[in-house]
Write a protein that binds this ligand. Structure first.
Ligand code: CP
Length: 292
C-alpha cells in the first residue's frame, strides 16, 4: 500500500490482513514501530474521533505529530487547499492524514504530492478507516461477515460512511439494506421499512443527519424524526437477542438515537471508537512500516 484513499482499491485479503494487524495493535504489539516518522494531520473539515484517534495511533507508534489548525492558518488569507498540502509536504513529513469536504479531493494531489496520503474522509464519498473500524467491531462480535444482515438507517444519501461500508460489506458477503426518511434515500440500495429493520437485522447502524452537506432544510422536525426513525428503548426491545447497535458518531441524542440507548447493552458505539485507534495504527504500519 502506498496510500490509503478508498477501500474499493483493496482486495478482501488485504482488508482482512489490516483487521488482523489491528487486532495485534489492540493486544499491545507494534508500539513505537514508526519511531521518528513525522506525520501531519490536515483536517479541513471538523473532526473529533478521526483526527484524535489518528493522533493517538501516531503517538502509540512513536511518530512525531503536527496537528494543522485551519482557523489559525493562511487558509484565512485565501491560501488554497493544494498550496496548504504542498507546504506540509515541503516540510519533509513522512505522511499526510487529510480530511476535506470535496469528494475525492485526493485526485487533485496524485502526481503532485509524493508522500503517502491517508484519507480521513472526503465529502460524501469515502471514509476508509471508519469502515475498517466498523468491520473490526463486527468481526469481534460475530467472528465472521458472510450472511450477516445490516441496515444503515438515516441520512444515507450524504453519508461517506454508508457508501464505503455498503461497498465493502457486500464484497464480504453481508446483506446490506438502508432505511430512514425518503428524502435521504439513495435509490442505488435496497430499502427496508424501519420497523422491519429493527426486528430482523443482526446490525442496526444509525447515522446522524448531516445538515452541513444539505442545501435544503430537513422536512421532518427533530421530534418527528425521533418518533418515526429514532432508536428508542421500546424499539430496542424488539431487536433480536444477538443484534447490536452501531453508529459512526457524533450522534444526536433524542434524534436518531434515544439518550438511554447510546450506552445500552446492545450498543457498540464506544467499542467502535476504541477500535478506531487500532485500525489507524494498522493502516499507518502498512503504508509507512516494514510491512508494505
Ligand atoms: N465518525 C467520525 O468520522 O467522527 P468525526 O467526524 O468526529 O471524526
Amino acid at each position: 500500500m502506498e496510500n490509503c484513499f478508498r477501500l474499493k482499491e483493496l482486495q478482501i485479503e488485504e482488508i482482512l490482513s489490516l483487521l488482523d494487524l489491528a487486532e495485534e495493535c489492540r493486544l499491545g504489539k507494534h508500539c513505537n514501530e514508526l519511531n521518528g516518522k513525522l506525520i501531519a494531520n490536515l483536517f479541513f473539515e471538523p473532526s473529533t474521533r478521526t483526527q484524535y484517534s489518528f493522533n493517538t495511533a501516531e503517538e502509540r507508534l512513536g511518530c512525531k505529530v503536527i496537528n494543522f489548525n485551519p482557523q489559525a492558518s493562511s487558509l484565512q488569507k485565501g491560501e488554497s487547499f493544494y498550496d496548504t498540502v504542498k507546504t506540509f509536504e515541503s516540510f519533509g513529513v513522512d505522511g499526510l492524514v487529510i480530511r476535506d469536504r470535496a469528494d475525492e479531493y485526493y485526485r487533485s494531489l496524485i502526481g503532485k504530492i509524493h508522500c503517502p496520503i491517508f484519507n480521513a474522509g472526503d465529502g460524501k464519498k469515502d471514509h476508509p478507516t471508519q469502515s475498517l473500524l466498523d468491520l473490526l467491531t463486527i468481526r469481534q462480535e460475530f467472528g465472521h461477515f458472510e450472511g450477516l444482515k445490516i441496515a444503515i438507517v438515516g441520512d444515507v444519501k450524504y453519508s461517506r460512511v454508508a457508501h464505503t461500508n455498503i461497498e465493502v460489506m457486500e464484497r464480504l458477503g453481508m446483506q446490506c439494506f438502508i432505511s430512514g426518511p425518503e428524502e435521504y434515500r439513495d435509490k442505488e440500495y435496497q430499502y427496508l421499512n424501519f420497523e422491519q429493520a429493527v426486528r430482523e437485522m443482526d446490525i442496526l447502524m444509525l447515522l446522524r443527519v448531516q445538515h452541513e452537506r444539505h442545501e435544503q432544510k430537513m422536512t421532518l422536525s427533530t421530534e418527528e424524526y425521533h418518533q418515526q426513525f429514532g432508536l428508542t428503548p421500546a424499539r430496542v426491545k424488539q431487536m433480536q437477542e444477538h443484534a447490536i447497535i452501531m453508529h459512526p458518531a457524533p450522534f444526536n441524542r433524542g434524534v436518531e438515537i434515544a439518550d438511554e440507548v447510546v450506552e445500552c447493552e446492545k450498543s457498540r458505539i464506544f467499542k467502535q471508537i476504541q477500535n478506531g485507534v487500532y485500525v489507524r495504527m494498522a493502516v499507518l504500519l502498512k503504508v509507512l512500516g516494514e510491512r508494505r
